[in-house]
Design a protein around this ligand. Structure first.
Ligand code: GDP
Ligand code: MG
Length: 626
């Protein structure tokens, strides 16, 4: 395929607007996959178990297809993108390999928060956008109204909008035509030195790292010796091919094509997203990489059974690469790293006196964190304890030095007079919420309870149809307030109608303190939290209650306290468990008694001693599960 016969495109949309379904229809129409039974709803490109279960796309997937147009066979490369706010950077990465995008909007729901954010990402990258109204088969579809909405929000000419049903296949054929017609062919040159853009990678148990590349210029062949512009490491290509939709070896990738290469990369750190690869001895200027995406939430991950740590670490390494495939540099500092092209998830070893050896990971958001945990459990059978999420706080020292911390244990003690910290800042985000007018009051209230500022709102629909007026509400809110249950609250208070997106808005001074929890006077490091002073009493009381419920009774009374500095904020008392469980087992039941003691010994191994209190590791699991 010469570049003029190639089209590289992506489907972008708010979650659930039908990207994966449309991708399946396109693959079927072009004969790339067999037509499935009607009603069977298993998206081909949603490969991960967690994606099927949650019905969301987490990892962008790539597939090529062949389509005849004007008597000529065209090669169409589709890149499916995730829709959730946490994965915005995956979207931006997929788009880097495309010249165009299908912007899908659900004809019954209309423009949502992520429709707007993905539109802007595509626009910034200068992509040709093909607007598509999906789900026109639904009785609740309002194609005219939503088309007007797209016009007023995106400045799209309604005559350019294609109306389809990805479910029934109605109108989908026209999409293939529009892709060939409207999206420009890649500007790639055959006779130039090879320039391959690495935009994604997968991990294969046998072959190691598989990189997805877009050939900017030149022809790449099996056996070619290549160099990474980023690491300067050299490799030999052992396998090369296209995703059709599974890997199909072709031995060659031509300019403009999207495909995969295997080249004996053993370590995930070697496949840098945004890297440029070239042939040994034929240097090229690297293409601009991606803006490094920042971890928004950190949490400690520990094995339930401490002896499992090596296995857990190995599993994390694997999931991490399949999932986001980025550098794996033990203790890198994500905020200062100049050399890392993208560092969406950071990794650091961490040890806790309560939980033993573990790791501290940075995530793009809490959904990202949840999905990561689920994948660890699904695919690697790992039982893990995850500490409460923490956002990165900024400490300002006397003299102006700054430090970012990702662990509450690094936070200065409120009562420490020797502390040189003069100011504490927290990350804030600019949030936008799109919601039907009748939920406006509830949304405002939710925002106020989350310390939101600079609240603004405007109508999204300029039309006169008052029955479906929706508002876009924007505000500045601390990130820590939205990483917990904000999204759930938003959904439940709006009967599921609100959609939400946010972007980084820097740091702001804040009145924060470290809250520690004490068992019988001894602090439990793994439970420390950072709270805003205005919420300290509520948070302290709630956690102390929870601990009281979950911690098993001991042979003596145990005070459970929440404290800030030296000041106790909340307290509960765990009464003593006086009943001796072996007391009832008299002489004749000696064997049973022995057995019981034996069991206890087994249990002891998994107990953690906090001062004088014995805690089973599982208790932490119960305390910290969300
Ligand atoms: P994604 O999150 O954008 O990938 O959305 P999916 O493709 O997973 O679709 C979300 C839901 O919408 C699924 O239950 C689909 O079956 C359904 N869906 C997708 N397209 C259509 C359509 O054209 N009509 C109807 N009625 N349902 C659709
Ligand atoms: Mg999907």
């Amino acid at each position: 395929y010469t570049p003029d016969l190639i089209r590289n495109f992506s489907i972008i949309a708010h979650i659930d607007h039908g990207k994966s379904t449309l991708a399946d229809r396109l693959l079927e129409l072009t004969g790339t996959i067999k037509r499935k039974e009607i009603g069977k709803n298993e998206q081909v490109l949603d490969k991960l178990k967690v994606e099927r279960e949650r019905g969301i796309t987490v990892k962008a997937q790539t597939a090529s297809m062949v389509h005849p147009f004007n008597g000529k066979s065209h090669l169409l490369n589709l890149i499916d993108t995730p829709g959730h706010v946490d994965f915005a950077w995956e979207v931006s990465r997929s788009l880097a390999a495309c010249q165009g995008a299908l912007l899908l909007v659900d004809a019954s729901q209309g423009v949502q928060a992520q429709s707007i954010s993905v539109f802007h990402i595509a626009k910034e990258r200068g992509l040709t956008i093909i607007p598509v109204l999906n789900k026109i088969d639904l009785p609740a579809a309002q194609p005219e109204l939503i088309a007007a909405q797209m016009q007023s929000t995106f400045g799209i000419d309604p005559s350019e909008i294609l109306s389809i049903s990805a479910k029934t296949g109605q109108g989908v054929e026209a999409i293939l035509q529009a892709v060939v017609d409207r999206i420009p062919a890649p500007q790639s040159r055959r006779d130039e030195p090879v320039k391959a853009f690495l935009f994604d990678s997968l991990y294969d148990r046998y072959r190691g790292v598989i990189s997805l590349v877009n050939i900017q210029d030149g022809v790449l062949r099996k056996g070619d010796r290549i160099v990474s512009c980023h690491t300067r490491k050299k490799y030999e290509i052992s396998e090369i091919g296209v995703m059709y939709p599974e890997e199909v070896a072709t031995d060659i990738l031509c300019p403009g094509q999207v495909g995969y290469i295997a080249c004996n990369m053993k370590e995930s750190s070697e496949a840098h997203i945004g890297d440029t690869l070239h042939r040994v001895g034929e240097p090229v200027l690297p293409m601009p990489g991606f803006k490094p995406s920042k971890a928004m939430v950190y949490a400690g991950i520990f094995p339930v059974d401490s002896s499992d740590f090596p296995k857990l670490e190995e599993s994390i390494k694997r999931v991490r690469i399949i999932f986001i495939s980025t550098s794996w540099d033990g203790d890198e500092d994500v905020f200062n790293s100049q050399n890392s092209v993208t560092t969406p998830v950071t990794y650091q070893r961490e040890s806790s006196s309560a939980l033993g050896q573990g790791t501290r990971l940075g995530f793009l958001g809490t959904l990202h964190m949840d999905v990561f945990r689920q994948r660890l459990e699904d695919e690697y059978d790992a039982n893990v304890i995850i500490t409460a999420p923490t956002v990165p706080y900024k400490l300002i020292y006397r003299g102006g030095k700054e430090k970012l911390i990702s662990n509450p244990t690094e936070f200065p003690d409120a009562s420490d007079p020797s502390s040189k910290v003069v100011e504490i800042q927290e990350p804030i985000v600019k949030a936008s919420i799109i919601v039907p007018e009748e939920y406006f009051g509830d949304m405002m209230e939710l925002c106020y309870t989350r310390r939101a500022e600079q609240l603004n709102h405007r109508y999204l629909d300029t039309g006169s149809d008052a029955s479906s007026s929706r508002l876009i509400l924007s505000c500045v809110v601390p990130l820590s307030e939205i990483v917990t249950d904000f999204f759930d609250q938003l959904k439940s208070r709006s009967s599921g109608f609100a959609s939400f997106d946010y972007e980084d808005a820097g740091y702001q001074k804040s009145d924060l303190a470290k809250m520690v929890f004490l068992l019988n006077g001894k602090p439990v490091d793994a439970l420390a939290l950072i709270v805003h002073r205005s919420a300290q009493d509520t948070v302290g009381r709630a956690w102390v209650k929870k601990l009281h419920k979950v911690i098993p009774r001991q042979l003596f009374e145990v005070p459970i306290q929440a404290a800030i500095g030296k000041k106790v904020i909340a307290r509960e008392t765990l009464s003593a468990n006086r009943a001796d469980v072996t007391a009832g087992l008299y002489g004749g039941h000696y064997e049973r008694k022995m057995k019981h003691l034996e069991n206890q010994k087994e249990g002891k191994k998994r107990l953690k001693r906090i001062g004088t209190v014995d805690l089973p590791q599982e208790a932490f699991f119960d305390i910290l599960k969300r």
